[in-house]
Design a protein around this ligand. Structure first.
Ligand code: SF4
Length: 205
């Protein structure tokens, strides 16, 4: 099996695993550097990106905790810090006041949009590869992610298009939305179909 000891690092498996580890370190470093510039911790950066792109129903303390892989207390602490910076506000759900939604303020949305290019260095390195290598890398990394997801180490958030539960144009005249989510059994307005969802299940090939 792959090892951190360079003497034992033989074969593709070990070398690729260490390469992925180094890419993960680069991601951490990019988040830290950007955090220094924007006065945000890496967890606050991930929270802003989550709240900017996740579907509305999961923008809660629990949803944030699930996304960050932390406890509710830690998630609540991240939300408190963002609230103190006036980047986020808590709002009780109209239909059920016990549920508190986390909403980005206009300043929070601007801050999240300024983070869009945080992984540009990695994307530039990928774009420098020939297209055939990019295609092979995409297939390989997707396959690794599926396995890690099944083992519970990765949480994949995707948008509705391509999800097994998505029913396109099921009720085109419904004012709540023309599409339908069979998982939530609820209508979906068009803009929500482009948001990230933790309940996404890919269509079978
Ligand atoms: S479960 Fe699927 S269809 Fe429903 S909101 Fe999530 S991604 Fe969209």
């Amino acid at each position: 099996m792959p090892s951190f000891n360079p003497k034992n690092r033989e074969g593709f498996g070990g070398r690729i695993t260490i390469a992925l580890y180094r890419i993960a370190q680069a991601v951490e470093c990019l988040l830290r550097d950007r955090g220094k510039k924007q006065r945000l911790s890496p967890a606050q950066i991930q929270a802003l990106l989550f709240l900017n792109y996740a579907r509305p129903g999961v923008r809660t303390i629990g949803g944030l905790a699930y996304r960050l892989g932390v406890t509710s207390a830690t998630s609540s602490g991240v939300a408190d810090a963002l609230e103190q910076k006036r980047l986020l506000q808590r709002r009780p759900l109209l239909e059920d006041e016990r549920v508190v939604m986390l909403e980005l303020t206009p300043e929070g949305r601007n801050e999240a949009e300024r983070l869009e290019d945080v992984l540009d260095e990695i994307e530039a390195a990928v774009n420098a590869l020939p297209e055939t290598e990019q295609a092979a890398l995409l297939r390989a990394t997707q396959s690794i992610i599926r396995r890690l997801q099944a083992a519970g180490y990765v949480r994949v958030y995707e948008m509705c298009w391509g999800c097994q539960f998505f029913r396109k144009d099921l009720h085109p005249d419904d004012p709540r939305g023309p599409h339908h989510c069979a998982f939530m059994d609820a209508p979906l307005p068009e803009p929500h179909t482009y948001l990230e969802c933790p309940d996404f299940v890919p269509l079978q090939p």
